[in-house]
Design a protein around this ligand. Structure first.
Ligand code: NDP
Length: 310
């Protein structure tokens, strides 16, 4: 019997997902909410920030898959049925994220913002390069994406530390865990990369106190969720010079509001939430495998715990 997967995303085009998933699962039809008709037996949902009430329209769902890694948009909803929720776990997505993080860290490590400013002023501005091993990078969050980025930074020779909720052992990474380890970890991080999921525990975790714990002139890269950082405290620290710069892919409110101070700060690079995206050609395999598992009565892989928030 043919089943239907409802695909809902305002940013991802449906066609590549339809082609990739229907090729792997010939008895599953991929439909957008607008395409669904009375003959559709909607058993699976593939979603990125679905609108309020979305799930209530699909009472026969057996599996929800997030079209990404972060589960925060599904936490606290009253329309979500009691079915497993899985995230994407895709090495290509981790690779794309690692590229962004590497770009942002290398840009600071090689003083590129200073040369960009000097060029605008027509000024020859020599800064003697530092060796990578002298540069202390801290990665907050050592999960699928954070762990991959931290390992690549270490491979590039940076002095890398990481922080997670539970203790980790990653080769070449100085691993720290738990709330008590946060301030010492921040104090050694001259480039801080934020890769934590947004949960009740991490919301505004990086506020004025945490920012003050960073060394003066530290650079911050946020690729997780805007609300992990207190944006007002971030702006104040960038304005005072305590923070030397920030590369921000995510914001408390997206799109970033017109006239927001972050748009025009000289030491800030703004990108529109695209550090990594879901890639149909590779991620469809995982989704199809999970659907096969659910059909066979097995638990899907890569489940998120909505109580924990990730
Ligand atoms: P994972 O869920 O695999 O890992 C999360 C990591 O954060 C784990 O190491 C976890 O610790 C740690 N963590 C969670 N809560 C706490 C806490 N309270 N204190 C300390 N550490 C904590 O996430 P990913 O690495 O796959 O992704 C990270 C985030 O990146 C996503 O949640 C998403 O928000 C964001 N993202 C952004 C994208 C973009 O384009 N900008 C694209 C994709 C993802 P432990 O290991 O102990 O559980």
């Amino acid at each position: 019997m043919t089943e239907t997967l409802v695909f809902a995303s305002a940013v991802d085009p449906v066609e590549p997902w339809r082609a990739a998933l229907e090729a792997l699962l010939p008895d599953v039809r991929v439909r957008t909410p607008e395409e669904i008709g009375p003959g559709d037996d909607v058993r699976y949902a593939l979603v990125w920030k679905p609108p309020a009430g979305f799930f209530a329209r699909h009472p026969a769902l057996r599996l929800v898959t997030i079209l990404g890694a972060g589960a925060d948009a599904l936490v606290g909803r009253d329309d979500l049925p009691d079915v497993p929720v899985a995230r994407l776990s895709d090495p290509e997505m981790a690779r794309m994220m690692t590229h962004y993080v590497l770009f942002a860290v290398l840009r600071y490590a090689r003083d590129i913002p200073a040369f960009e400013a000097a060029q605008r002023a027509g000024r020859w501005h020599y800064v003697h390069p530092r060796e990578a091993r002298e540069i202390r990078v801290g990665v907050l969050g050592l999960g699928e994406l954070g762990g991959a980025a931290a390992l690549e930074l270490a491979r590039q020779g940076f002095s890398v530390a990481g922080w997670s909720r539970t203790p980790k052992a990653l080769p070449g990474i100085d691993c720290h865990a738990g709330p008590d380890a946060l301030v010492p970890f921040l104090a050694r991080s001259e480039i801080l990369v934020v890769m934590l999921p947004l949960t009740p525990e991490t919301r505004r975790l990086i506020g004025a106190d945490a920012i003050a714990a960073l060394p003066r002139g530290a650079k911050l890269v946020n690729v997780s969720r805007g609300a992990v950082i207190d944006e007002a405290a971030l702006v104040a620290a960038l304005a005072s010079g305590h923070l030397g710069g920030a590369t921000l892919d995510v914001f408390e409110t997206e799109p970033l509001a017109e006239g927001h101070p972050l748009w025009t700060m000289e030491n800030v690079l703004v990108t529109p939430h695209l550090a990594s995206v879901a890639i149909p050609a590779s991620a469809a395999r995982q989704i199809a495998e999970n659907i096969r598992r659910v059909r066979a009565g097995h638990a899907p892989e890569h489940r998120v715990d909505l109580t924990r928030g990730y």
